[in-house]
Structures are given as structure tokens and as C-alpha cells.
Design a protein around this ligand. Structure first.
Ligand SMILES: NC(=O)c1ccc[n+]([C@@H]2O[C@H](COP(=O)([O-])OP(=O)(O)OC[C@H]3O[C@@H](n4cnc5c(N)ncnc54)[C@H](OP(=O)(O)O)[C@@H]3O)[C@@H](O)[C@H]2O)c1
Length: 289
């Protein structure tokens, strides 16, 4: 039995990891914590938790994810996305624990029109992206055995996300304006959770940090994504395409944010669901509730 700590277990990904963990209970004993049980900004608390519970693996699903708020709240974003990640990585190194961590497409500028490979040079445009990149570098610097999975446009039946917001607004309004010049890959948090477990099962044979990119198959703009949400959700709301310049946001976002998925597909040996199929699954789950 491997004792596996899941931090940030009340978030979107955390919930999906909990759901999937039921399939792995014969091999792993899971410990779920969020900020109330284990604040990962507290290095001593992490140390104690690992020792007390003889933890072998950490999956870090905790993060500061409010992209626009981070622009005015850099200290907190940095504390959670970098200092706390360094705490986990240093503890992982000290106790011989494997670390699985999630990062973001926002570490890239999105100025190129080529799908990002793991070896591409990051150049974040936002505070959120910069703090997540600092977290990645803290893991690399610690020398612990780690996997970092960068993902994009996360959605699920849990928490707050774009799909739930669109379904709510689509039921309230006759029309919505959505940006059509930011291109990316939506990712169902349940599909990401599956990949985390597949990599965990595979085991970490490397020393140091291995990077992977993961999103659902396919590509779309936020406009395309919104249109699909309305169609699948059975909502009559009209969606109008607008340029980003007509929807000013605090944080700058990458214009082209697609991942090259070759490395993760080779590592897991499994197909990745198309975003529209996973979106249909999530909307069905939400409408069953
Ligand atoms: N959401 C996206 O679109 C997106 C896109 C790309 C990458 N990602 C990455 O994917 C991962 C999972 O994202 P998500 O959407 O599942 O995040 P989420 O729903 O915001 O969940 C994050 C969880 O971490 C908790 N947390 C915050 N500070 C903590 C602390 N000091 N100690 C312990 N827990 C703490 C949060 O609690 P509170 O809610 O109380 O703060 C929340 O429950 C993150 O690494 C994120 O950066 C997300």
C-alpha cells in the first residue's frame, strides 16, 4: 500500500481525484486535505503530516487559481503557487516522496501558433502564470522526484468554472458576447485525474522533474466553447463572437494556447477524449443533479 496525500482536495481537480481514487483503493491509501486540514504554506505542518501518516506520494491539486485577482494580490498568489510548492518539493526530497504537481498553459506567452511542447521556453504574461512558473522552478530546484503536468482551460461538474458560468448565464440571458481570438484546449478535470493516476501507476523511474502537457483532444476558441455549451445544454442563448479588445480583463492571457500531446500519449499509452465528448459528459452530470 502506498500512502498518497492529495492536497487541495476540495477543488475541481481534487474532487475528480477523489471520485477516481475509488478504483485504486487496493493499492493506495488516500489522505485528502484542503487548507483547513493542511495549509501547504506551512512547511512544518507538511513535514509533520508526512511523518505522521508515512506518506509515499503527494498529488498537489492545491493552487491559487483566480487569474485576474492575482494581478492585485501577487503576494498571496506567490505564497500558494510558489512558496507552498517549494515546501512540498523540499519535504518530498527530504522524505523520499514522489510529487505530482499541476501547472498551466499560462506559463507560456501564447505568441506562437505552434502547439507547445514540454521543452518550449516559458514566458508568462500574467502574475498567475509567473507564480505557477516559479512553482515549477522550485520543484526542479529541490531535486525531488517529480512529475509536473501542465494543463489548460479546466472544467468539471465541481466548483466554479467557465462551463458552469456559461450554463447559468445562458439560462438567464438572451445573448452573450464571448471572445473568439483566444484559442486553446479545454480539459475535463476528470480526464486529467485519470492521467495523474496512470502516471502514478507507471511509477517514476527518472530522477528530477519530468514535464508533461495534457488537455483534451481538439481545439477551440472561448466562443466555440460557449456555442457548444449552449447547444449541448439545450439553451437558446445567442452567442456573439467578439475580439479580446472588446472584453478587457485585468490579466493578459495567451492568444494561442494549444499543447502538443505527443509525450503524454506515449507515456500513458492511452487515447485522450475529445473536448466536446467530455463536455457532453459533464453537462449531462450537471443536468442529472
Ligand atoms: N482552473 C483552470 O482553468 C486551470 C487551468 C490550468 C491549470 N490549472 C491548474 O490545475 C490545478 C487544479 O486547479 P483547480 O481548478 O482544480 O483549482 P481550484 O478548484 O481552485 O482548487 C484549488 C484548491 O486548493 C485550495 N488551496 C488554496 N490554498 C491552499 C493552501 N494554502 N493549502 C491547501 N489548499 C489550498 C483551494 O482552497 P480555497 O478554495 O479555499 O482557496 C481549493 O480547494 C491547479 O494547479 C491550477 O493552477 C487550472
Amino acid at each position: 500500500m502506498k500512502n498518497t496525500l492529495i492536497t487541495g482536495a476540495n477543488g475541481q481537480l481534487g474532487h475528480c481525484l477523489r471520485d477516481l481514487a475509488k478504483e485504486y483503493q487496493d493499492k493506495y491509501r488516500f489522505f485528502y486535505t484542503d487548507v483547513a486540514e493542511l495549509d501547504i504554506t506551512d512547511a512544518a505542518a507538511i513535514d509533520k503530516y508526512i511523518i505522521d501518516n508515512q506518506i509515499n506520494v503527494i498529488i498537489n491539486a492545491a493552487a491559487y487559481t483566480a487569474v485576474d485577482r492575482a494581478e492585485d494580490d501577487e503576494g498571496n498568489a506567490y505564497r500558494i503557487n510558489c512558496t507552498a510548492v517549494a515546501n512540498l518539493a523540499n519535504a518530498a526530497k527530504k522524505h523520499g516522496v514522489s510529487l505530482f504537481h499541476i501547472s498551466t498553459d499560462y506559463v507560456f506567452s501564447g505568441d506562437s501558433s505552434k502547439p507547445h511542447e514540454e521543452i518550449d521556453t516559458p514566458a508568462p504574461k500574467s502574475v498567475y502564470g509567473a507564480t505557477k512558473l516559479a512553482g515549477e522552478r522550485a520543484i526542479e530546484g529541490s531535486g525531488c522526484q517529480a512529475v509536473v503536468i501542465r494543463t489548460s482551460w479546466l472544467f468539471s461538474e465541481y466548483g466554479n468554472n467557465f462551463v458552469k458560468t456559461m450554463l447559468r448565464l445562458g439560462a438567464e440571458r438572451e445573448s452573450l458576447r464571448v471572445v473568439c481570438d483566444q484559442i486553446g484546449g479545454p480539459t475535463y478535470a476528470g480526464d486529467l485525474a485519470r492521467v495523474v493516476f496512470l502516471l502514478m501507476e507507471k511509477g517514476l523511474d527518472q530522477s528530477g522533474t519530468e514535464f508533461y502537457h495534457f488537455a483534451n483532444e481538439g481545439v477551440c476558441s472561448w466562443f466555440d466553447f460557449s456555442k457548444a455549451i449552449m447547444e449541448i445544454g439545450g439553451l437558446g442563448c445567442r452567442v456573439e463572437a467578439i475580439p479580446s479588445s472588446d472584453y478587457p480583463a485585468k490579466a493578459r492571457r495567451p492568444a494561442f494556447s494549444l499543447f502538443n500531446l505527443g509525450k503524454i500519449k506515449a507515456a500513458t499509452g492511452s487515447d485522450i477524449p475529445y473536448w466536446r465528448d467530455s463536455l457532453t459528459l459533464v453537462i449531462n452530470k450537471l443536468q442529472e443533479k
